[in-house]
Every structure is written in structure tokens, then in C-alpha cells.
Design a protein around this ligand. Structure first.
Ligand SMILES: *Cc1c(COP(=O)(O)O)cnc(C)c1O
Length: 379
């Protein structure tokens, strides 16, 4: 008989703790919504959309079923589908790439900057200047603000402008992240969000949204998310059913009011981890200059990752890997998706070494100390 491992005392993520921290407020919001008798596209969603847009500093936002649909709806609202290619990264949640194919467009995968793990503008420039043979015209860039850190928009935005193509920001991991003091989501033509329970702004179920500086684009998304209706029962466009329901909207209103404080707590925990990692073999995450990172994930680089993960596990600390296999190597995409000339070499290297430590606002000071002392002795 082998000894069973000690219990995990600090899980890598803990959506239940997120609920319990705001339980009274959330329960009241859910009860209010249940009692209202209105469960789909009502006043909770309208209020959330307005509050979220204001918080982002944008004129409008439209809720939808999840963050994958948000990308697909943004693309469709911009007229991007079959006959168009969209450049994004391979080091991301597969959803970024799946959404591009959902609308019939063709993804082309660009390598990452190995320091910040976001899109490498040099590889993007190269693929825009000389696209792979047979690829339809690249009509948009889907930049992912990965782990809570803004992508290098200072370099990416001018490239999009020079080539006359759209920038869409995948903000699923970056609610509240900022560049030059401006929140992400307002730089491109459209921004997409996920409210998956573990995201910085999480529902207790699925949810997503599209926001934009262009209120007209948001109106198009709002029609497409419900059968292409502008008037009930009359489809002006071929739409889908991807709605953010009233209960989730009511929960998100509660959580939005706490988000700035929770992002500050994430940053404080990240600072404690940074300090604990100095002098260890683990490489802490780099911060982009003049950017506010919101630490959806705290990702270190470990040369002997499996051994490190096992040692932390023995110390009761859960870890995760985001992401273990780049999209272009996954069975559904392998040998099929186009890549930039850098061939995603930095992406493949990162996938072997990235390790996500526990990070969410409900971690107690004692849990943070436990992780820090484990990092000092084991790292
Ligand atoms: C979570 C996530 C998505 C997809 O969101 P869902 O709500 O799970 O569909 C898209 N892109 C990124 C970068 C994500 O992290």
C-alpha cells in the first residue's frame, strides 16, 4: 500500500471561496431575481451591461453566453467569417482559436514574447507582411491579454492600423488590467470577456460579454446573440442563442462592485510571491512597463517542472499548467493550422516550463505565507 498524499490545503483555484466571501450579497441578488419572475434579458442584464461599460470607460457592453461566444459574436458583428483569416496566439485558452473557426474564419497562430507570454509583435509583423501561401486575407488580430497582463498593444495597434485590419482584445483573463493608465478593452475595435467562475470577474456559471468604443457594434452583437432580432420574432440577420441570464447578471453586479479591491488583493499576493521567489530557481512573472497586471494567474517558469509540482503538492499546495499543450500541437489542430514564420518556437518552450501558483483574492494571509515558505525552501 502506498501512503496517500497529504491533503491540498492551498488549492490553485477556489471558486467556492469566491462565492462564500460575498455569500449574503449574492444570495440576496439571486433571491431578488428569482422573485422578479423575469429570467432572460431583463433589468438585471441591462443594469450589469451599463455598470460594466462604465467601469471599463466604454459606451456600451452586451452580455452573452460565455467568453468563446463573445469572440465569435464580435467577429460576426464585424463581418469576419469565411474568406477571412484572423491572427492570434497558440499560447492561450483553446477558446480563442475555437471561436475563430466557429465563425468560419481561418486562424493563423503567431508566436509569443517569451518574457510576457503575449503575442510577439515581430512575428505578427512578419506574418502580415508575408502571409503563408493559401491563407485568406488577414482581416483582424485577436490579441490575448494573457494571465492578466496587457499584450504589447504599443506595437500591435500600429501594425493593425498600417495594414488596415481590426484589433479585437481577448480580455477573458484581464478584467481591469490597464496600459498607460487606460483599461484594456478600449484599445481595439472590440473587446471580449469571459465570466467563467474562476476569472477575475466570475459568474457562478457561464457568462461573457462584448464591449466596444463603437456602440453600434455592441447593438449588432446584442441582435446576433438572440437570433438576429432587432424586433421580437423578426430576424434581420442569422443569429444564434447566446444570452447572459438574469441570475448570472445579478451575481456579476455584486461581484463587479468588489472587483477593484479584489484585483488589488491579487497584486498584493503576487508581490509576496515575487519576494519569496528571489534567489530560487523559479523565474517570477515579468511585468510590462507602464502596465497594470491583474494576475488572473501567477505563472512562474520552472526548468524541472514536474518535480517542482510534485514537491509543492507534498507541501499541500496545488498548482496548474496554463497551458500544457500549445493549440497548434493539439490533436484537433495539429498539422492543420497556419503559423507565423517564427513557427511558435517560444510558445512550445513556454508550454514545457510554465507553472501556475495558487492565486485568488480569498487566499488567507496564512495560506499566502504557507506558499511563500514552501517556495523559499523548495524553489
Ligand atoms: C476563459 C477564456 C476564454 C473563453 O471563455 P469561456 O467563458 O470559457 O468560453 C477565451 N479566451 C481566454 C484567453 C480565456 O482565458
Amino acid at each position: 500500500m502506498t501512503a496517500s498524499p497529504p491533503p491540498i490545503t492551498v488549492p490553485q483555484a477556489n471558486p467556492g471561496a469566491g462565492y462564500r466571501a460575498l455569500q449574503a450579497e449574492i444570495d440576496a441578488a439571486v433571491a431578488r431575481t428569482l422573485a422578479s419572475g423575469w429570467y432572460i434579458l431583463g433589468q438585471e442584464l441591462r443594469a450589469f451591461e451599463a455598470e460594466f461599460a462604465t467601469w471599463l470607460g466604454l459606451p456600451a457592453a452586451a452580455g452573452c453566453g460565455n467568453g468563446t461566444d463573445a469572440i465569435a459574436l464580435a467577429l460576426r458583428a464585424m463581418g469576419i467569417g469565411p474568406g477571412s483569416a484572423v491572427a492570434t496566439v497558440s499560447h492561450t485558452a483553446v477558446a480563442s482559436v475555437a471561436a475563430i473557426e466557429m465563425v468560419g474564419a481561418t486562424p493563423v497562430l503567431v508566436d509569443i514574447d517569451p518574457l510576457h507570454y503575449t503575442m510577439d509583435p515581430a512575428d505578427l509583423a512578419a506574418v502580415l507582411a508575408d502571409p503563408p501561401a493559401g491563407l485568406p486575407p488577414i482581416r483582424a488580430v485577436l490579441a490575448v491579454h494573457l494571465y492578466g497582463q496587457p499584450a504589447d498593444l504599443d506595437a500591435i495597434l500600429p501594425l493593425c492600423q498600417r495594414h488596415g485590419i481590426a484589433l479585437i482584445e481577448d480580455c477573458a483573463q484581464a478584467h481591469g488590467a490597464a496600459l498607460h493608465g487606460r483599461r484594456v478593452g478600449g484599445f481595439g475595435q472590440a473587446a471580449t470577456f469571459s465570466f467563467y467562475p474562476t476569472k477575475n470577474l466570475g459568474a457562478l456559471g457561464d457568462g461573457g460579454a462584448v464591449a466596444s468604443q463603437d456602440a453600434g457594434l455592441v447593438t449588432k452583437v446584442a441582435a446576433l446573440r438572440q437570433y438576429g432580432w432587432r424586433t421580437h420574432y423578426i430576424s434581420d440577420d442569422i443569429g444564434v442563442n447566446s444570452r447572459l441570464d438574469e441570475i448570472q447578471a445579478a451575481i456579476l453586479r455584486v461581484r463587479l462592485a468588489h472587483l477593484d479591491a479584489q484585483n488589488a488583493r491579487r497584486r498584493a499576493i503576487a508581490a509576496a510571491y515575487d519576494e519569496a521567489l528571489s534567489g530560487t530557481s523559479l523565474q517570477p512573472p515579468a511585468r510590462r512597463a507602464d502596465a497594470d497586471h491583474v494576475f488572473h494567474l501567477y505563472v512562474v517558469r520552472a526548468k524541472a517542472r514536474a518535480a517542482m509540482q510534485a514537491r509543492l503538492r507534498e507541501a499541500g499546495i496545488g498548482t496548474g499548467i496554463h497551458y500544457p499543450q500549445p493549440v497548434h500541437l493539439q490533436p484537433a489542430y495539429r498539422d492543420r493550422v497556419a503559423m507565423g514564420p517564427a513557427r511558435c518556437v517560444a510558445t512550445e518552450r513556454a508550454a514545457e516550463e510554465v507553472l501556475s501558483l495558487p492565486l485568488y483574492p480569498e487566499l488567507t494571509d496564512a495560506q499566502v505565507d504557507q506558499v511563500c515558505s514552501a517556495l523559499r525552501t523548495l524553489g
